[in-house]
Design a protein around this ligand. Structure first.
Ligand code: ADP
Ligand code: MG
Length: 254
């Protein structure tokens, strides 16, 4: 069997006394698209941040591409990695947030090549060629010289997706990527994400867009209160939810 891109085992996370993740288990296979649904406060964003090791966990383990995030095994001892080593691990993971956070003083092209050139040491020529491919992929090649303020919110988010892809991640994490957009701009971002899904990118997507989950997800994971209460194929979980909490959540969308 091929090694999963993500292996989360019994992940526990608390902020002081507040237990937010109460034993999450999740494997994501290469090329798999997992959509995470669940009410606000159920721990979805925290879980994504733990995958990235932007948050440390108190119990359990998260492996990305076979490596435990934040730690390495020496003999039978688990040692904390240096910040540099953690940064190297994070390069396997692209992240797209609700707020696009493009650098306002840089053009679209500069935004995309910044990390590959500045952090990963790619040549400017290679990074630019790759950036143009990515802009093509998100349908914005003509916007390379534009500044973020000249773009719509949907276009800015598609640039943010291209920027995240520029580091050639093995895994993409999306945290409510369309929640900050005007309704008429949501579709173009979801269409871009559907394309990426169809091209075999491994993705975990937190969203309230049930239509996207139905069409693009290989698996839907429903979280509530820091646990996975139900998961399965969209045609099962979305159509015939078994758990009362999933039923209650989904009933809002019908
Ligand atoms: P979701 O993304 O599903 O809405 P979150 O992961 O953002 O949920 O939040 C889960 C819970 O953790 C919430 O109760 C939230 O208030 C709390 N929380 C999130 N981040 C922090 C933090 N940095 N410090 C303290 N509590 C937090
Ligand atoms: Mg959230």
């Amino acid at each position: 069997m091929t090694q999963p891109i993500v292996q989360a085992r019994n992940v526990h996370k608390a902020y002081d006394q507040l237990e937010v993740l109460k034993g999450i288990d999740l494997d994501v296979a290469p090329g798999e698209v997992v959509v995470m649904l669940g009410p606000s406060g159920s721990g979805k964003s925290t879980f994504l941040r733990c995958i990235n090791h932007l948050e440390s966990i108190q119990q359990g383990a998260i492996l990305v591409d076979g490596e435990q995030m934040g730690y390495r095994l020496q003999g039978d001892k688990l040692l904390k990695l240096s910040e540099n080593a953690i940064a190297r691990q994070r390069r396997k993971i692209g992240m797209v947030f609700q707020s696009f956070n493009l650098y306002p003083h840089m053009t679209v092209l500069q935004n995309i090549i910044e990390a590959p050139v500045g952090i990963h040491g790619e040549s400017r020529a290679d990074a630019t060629a790759h950036a143009m491919q990515l802009l093509n992929r998100v349908g914005l090649a003509d916007k390379a010289p534009a500044y973020p303020r000249q773009l719509s919110g949907g276009q800015q988010q598609r640039v943010a997706i291209a920027r995240a892809l520029a580091i050639r991640p093995k895994l993409m994490l999306f945290d409510e990527p369309t929640s900050a957009l005007d309704p008429e701009l949501v579709g173009e971002v979801l269409a871009t994400m559907r394309d990426l899904a169809a091209q075999g990118l491994t993705m975990i997507v937190v969203t309230h867009e049930i239509g996207f989950a139905r069409e693009a997800a290989d698996r839907v994971v429903f979280m509530d209160g820091g646990v996975v209460v139900e998961q399965g194929r969209p045609g099962d979980v979305l159509v015939n939810p078994r758990h009362p909490r999933t039923q209650a959540f989904l009933s809002r969308f019908i």
